[in-house]
Design a protein around this ligand. Structure first.
Ligand SMILES: Nc1ncnc2c1ncn2[C@@H]1O[C@H](COP(=O)(O)OP(=O)(O)OP(=O)(O)O)[C@@H](O)[C@H]1O
Length: 269
C-alpha cells in the first residue's frame, strides 16, 4: 500500500452485552466484587474458569438479568438489563441465549423434531428467522437424523445437553452464554461438538461466554479466558499465557496451571 494512503479504519466493534464494575450477591456477602466483561459479536469466544463456588454461574445469572447487580451494571445494547421493558426483554431473550448444565425445560414427551420445530417457530415469532432446518440444527450438535422421532425424555444426559445447544442456536443468537454446557457429553463427542460450535459462532459472529471447569473445552473454543477468584478476574488473556503463571499469580491460577500442564502447550483458537 502506498505510504500516503491512510486505510479507512473500521468502526471498532461495540460490545452487545457488557458488565461494568459489577458487584452481585445472593443476599449475603458479595460473590462478584467488580467484574468488567464485554461480549462483542464478531470476536473470539470468551472463557471463564474458576474453582467451584467462585461465582461463575452467578456471573451468567447477572448477565442474563436473573441476579441483580448490587452495584455496577449489566447492559444490553447500552440499556440496563435490569430495566428492560416487556418487549425489550422478549428481544433480549431471543438475542441472548443461555445453555446451562441442566437446562432443558422442554416437555419430555415431545419428540426431538417437535422440540426443534417449536424452537424454530419461536425464533420466527421473535423476528429471528435463521433459514435453518431441523436437520441443520441437529447436525450442528452432531445429533444424527435418527434422533428426530425420539422423545426428549428418552435421551441420555449428554444427548439432552446437545439438544439444548441446538435449541439455543435456533434463534441464531447474537450472544450465547454457556454454563458448563457439555459436562455429560463424553470427551471425544465434546471435542466434535465444540469444533462444530466454534465454526458456527465464527460464521455468524456470535459472541460467546463459556463458563467451564473443562480447560480442554475452553482451549478448543475460546480466544481469551478470565480466571474468577475472590469475586474478581485474577488473570485474563489467551489460555496458554494464563496457564504459564508467574510466582505472583493467584493460587487459583497456579492450581489451574498445575492441573493442566499439557493443555497450555497445544494450539488454541
Ligand atoms: N441462589 C443462591 N442463594 C444463595 N447462595 C448462592 C445461590 N447461588 C449460588 N450461591 C452461592 O454463591 C457462590 C457462587 O456460586 P456459583 O454457583 O456462582 O459458583 P460457580 O463458580 O458457578 O460454582 P460451580 O463451579 O460449583 O458451579 C457460592 O458460594 C454459592 O453457594
Amino acid at each position: 500500500m502506498p505510504g500516503n494512503v491512510v486505510p479507512m479504519s473500521a468502526t471498532p466493534p461495540t460490545p452487545l452485552l457488557q458488565a461494568t464494575s459489577l458487584v452481585a450477591d445472593h443476599g449475603g456477602p458479595a460473590v462478584l466484587r467488580g467484574i468488567d466483561l464485554a461480549l462483542t459479536p464478531g470476536t473470539a469466544p470468551v472463557g471463564v474458569l474458576g474453582e467451584s463456588g467462585a461465582g461463575k454461574s452467578t456471573l451468567v445469572g447477572a448477565l442474563r438479568g436473573q441476579v441483580r447487580a448490587r452495584s455496577g451494571h449489566v447492559t444490553f445494547e447500552g440499556h440496563a438489563v435490569a430495566r428492560l421493558g416487556r418487549r425489550e426483554t422478549k428481544r433480549f431473550r431471543a438475542a441472548v441465549r443461555v445453555v446451562a448444565q441442566s437446562g432443558l425445560d422442554t416437555d419430555p414427551r415431545w419428540s426431538v423434531e417437535r422440540a426443534v420445530t417449536s424452537a424454530l417457530a419461536d425464533a420466527r415469532k421473535a423476528g429471528r428467522t435463521s433459514g435453518r432446518t431441523v436437520d441443520d440444527l441437529l447436525d450442528a450438535v452432531a445429533l444424527e437424523p435418527r434422533f428426530t422421532p425420539r422423545t426428549v425424555g428418552s435421551l441420555s444426559g449428554g444427548e439432552k445437553q446437545r439438544l439444548a445447544l441446538a435449541l439455543a442456536l435456533a434463534t441464531r443468537p447474537d450472544v450465547l452464554l454457556l454454563d458448563e454446557p457439555l459436562t455429560a457429553v463424553d470427551p471425544a463427542m465434546r471435542g466434535t461438538v465444540a469444533d462444530r460450535l466454534a465454526e458456527q459462532v465464527a460464521e455468524h459472529g456470535t459472541a460467546v461466554l463459556l463458563v467451564s471447569h473443562d480447560i480442554e473445552l475452553v482451549r478448543r473454543l475460546c480466544g481469551t479466558v478470565h480466571v474468577l477468584a475472590d469475586g474478581v478476574f485474577v488473570a485474563s488473556g489467551p489460555l496458554a499465557d494464563v496457564l504459564r503463571p508467574d510466582d505472583a499469580a493467584h493460587p487459583s491460577v497456579r492450581g489451574l496451571a498445575e492441573a493442566a500442564p499439557l493443555v497450555a502447550q497445544r494450539p488454541g483458537r
